[in-house]
Design a protein. Structure first.
Length: 606
């Protein structure tokens, strides 16, 4: 009730219930992470190639150097020492190429390697900063997304996109009360003016009436016939309209009758035209028909004047009265059942946000069936006369439309459309005239349909290829009182023996390699050992303890929970198992149709 009251006070947008969206999974695009730009060791590769070429010719250089030494010695001894300088210089060059140049290459490689390592360290330092900045940006995006998801509403308002007629099929009285409360409070908060014709005898508009009264909205409520004794339903109606209302109401309540409705309407109109000395009420109509039937004397005329009595006595000739006697008796019997709804109060809807007319649950079905038809006819006449028009959006809701015939409902729909009124029809079942009207409106809502055939027709209309997401909503309030006591005694005896023998041998080797031009070497250790142990323990322990505890407590808790359950296809069993306040909405103007919603007023607090 809290959520509905808040919406009525703050005038939010129109909504007929809530749709469960659930929590969205937080997924953030990470983007491309930074990649370290390690400089390639190109100079090292060049030096390595040069060193490899020297290595390949090292043997030849050794032999060439040795040969040069021999030639230098021979020339110096045999020929002349000065001439031996030439092969000596060549031999020195070969020796440098074999031993000096590799050392120079090694030193250059070490220096180049140190320089490359320094560049790598600088690059990695910048890379770490880039990684930290990337992680900070990613965390910021995730936190922003998580905050947006956490602040999103789990239950979002849902309602038909249409602004014309809406039909609701199925449901229970409790479900209808929740639906009328959600729909009516939303329409009224948006400035609409609502007229509720409750033909169910279940007071489905009572929560809405109570909520509107709490917020000081201008309302009018009539309980027929209990409060109808002070209400004149025929006020402001012409005699012709009165004839049509009574004749159409009697014919709809007793469809097996074959008499002409036109003749009945004319006869009622003629009788009403004779009542000129006061307002026309059902009680005065009853007396008038009794005069026509010669059942009243002038002294028993009651609320009728002498002039009215005389006019009615001379209205029909004796032959006409005798020929119309069965018709007069039927009309008089019907008007007699309506005589309890008589008074002086006029049904005025000026500046009224909510008008509720409902049947009393204490009325018998025979009278209630006639009252349903008459109230429906009177409402239709008032719409035709423009009495329900005015500023703001006007909505007419008929609860219990199953009792009304299809042609009458279609005519009522056409009249509402011509006069700019929205129409909402609530059918308890999907059968008879309701089946013929299915799809004739702009939007359709299905609540729980327990009958298998009705659920089958609804599932076919919705389309079984659709999939809906169900949710479970629970509200619990419980009180728990518990008392407990316990006594315990323990005794024990234990003994144990264990033996263990073990041999352990381990061997490990390690190989290491240098970064550049280093030789591999191995290091390791080997150890072995043997152990033996035996132990025997034994003992006897005995203990005895007795404990007793008694606790007594009372807990009281209230919890609200909701969870997303599963997706399912629209099948008859699904419609049969809906919760009392859940509904499936089909709206051609809604691209996401069909939708699964719930009109439980407690969802507003979530």
């Amino acid at each position: 009730m809290y959520g509905m009251a808040e919406r009525l006070a703050t005038r939010e947008t129109e909504q007929w219930g809530w749709e469960y969206r659930g929590r969205e999974v937080v997924v953030v695009e990470q983007g491309e992470p930074p990649v370290p730009a390690v400089p390639p060791p190109s100079s090292l590769a060049t030096l390595e190639r040069k060193r490899a070429s020297v290595t390949r010719v090292s043997t030849a250089l050794v032999w060439a150097t040795a040969a040069g030494v021999v030639v230098t010695v021979v020339v110096g001894i045999v020929v002349q020492p000065l001439v031996a300088l030439v092969p000596a210089v060549l031999t020195a060059g070969l020796a440098w190429w074999r031993w000096g140049r590799p050392e120079l290459l090694r030193r250059s490689a070490v220096a180049e390697h140190q320089r490359w390592l320094a560049e790598c360290i600088d690059t990695m330092s910048g890379f770490e900063q880039d990684v930290q900045a990337w992680e900070q940006q990613l965390n910021a995006r995730e936190q922003s997304k998580a905050a947006a998801v956490a602040s999103a509403r789990l239950w979002v308002p849902v309602g038909p996109a249409t602004k014309e007629r809406v039909d609701l099929y199925g449901g229970t009285p409790a479900g209808w009360r929740a639906a009328v409360l959600a729909m009516g409070s939303s329409l009224m908060s948006a400035g609409g003016r609502l007229t509720v014709l409750d033909l169910t005898q279940d007071s489905v508009a009572e929560p809405l009436h109570r909520l509107a009264a709490e917020h000081g909205a201008p309302i009018r409520a009539s309980l027929v016939p209990d409060e109808g004794k002070s209400l004149n339903l025929l006020a402001d109606l012409s005699t012709e309209e009165i004839g049509v209302v009574v004749a159409e109401g009697l014919r709809a309540a007793e469809p097996e009758q074959s008499e002409s409705r036109g003749v009945d309407a004319t006869l009622v109109q003629q009788v009403a035209e004779c009542l000129t000395d006061g307002p026309i009420t059902f009680a005065r109509l009853q007396l008038a028909f009794q005069v026509l039937q010669r059942q009243l004397t002038p002294e028993q005329r009651g609320e009728l004047s002498r002039a009215e009595y005389a006019t009615l006595a001379d209205l029909l000739s004796e032959s006409a009265r005798r020929s119309a006697e069965p018709r007069l008796f039927r009309l008089a019997a019907g008007v007699k059942r309506l005589a309890s709804v008589s008074g002086d109060t006029v049904m005025d809807d000026a500046d009224i946000s909510l008008r509720v007319v409902q049947l009393s649950h204490r009325e018998s079905e025979l009278t209630a069936s006639l009252l349903r038809q008459v109230l429906f006819q009177i409402t239709m006449v008032r719409i035709q006369r423009g009495q329900l028009s005015g500023r703001g959006e006007r909505i007419v809701l008929i609860a219990g439309a199953d009792a009304l015939a299809r042609p009458e409902l279609e005519r009522f729909d056409s009249i509402c459309r011509r006069n700019g009124l929205r129409l909402v029809l609530l059918f308890a079942h999907l059968r008879d005239s309701a089946v013929e009207l299915l799809g004739g409106g702009d939007a359709v809502l299905f609540m729980r349909l327990g009958n298998a055939k009705e659920a089958e027709q609804a599932a076919t209309f919705i389309g079984r290829q659709h999939r809906l997401v169900a949710s479970q909503f629970t509200y619990s309030h419980g009180t728990n009182t518990s008392t407990s006591s316990s006594d315990s005694t323990t005794r024990g005896n234990s003994a144990s023996t264990s033996d263990s023998v073990g041999v352990q041998t381990s061997d490990s080797r390690q190989a290491t390699f240098g970064l550049l031009f280093s030789r591999r070497h191995r290091s390791g250790s080997k150890s072995s050992g043997e152990q033996y142990s035996s132990s025997t323990t034994g003992g006897t322990s005995w203990s005895e303890s007795t404990s007793s505890s008694v606790s007594d407590g009372t807990t009281e808790s209230t919890s609200i929970g909701y969870q997303r359950t599963y997706e399912y296809s629209v099948e008859p069993t699904v419609l049969q198992g809906l919760s009392p306040t859940a509904f499936v909405m089909v709206d051609p103007l809604d691209p996401a149709s069909p939708r699964l919603g719930d009109c439980d007023p407690r969802l507003g607090a979530l």
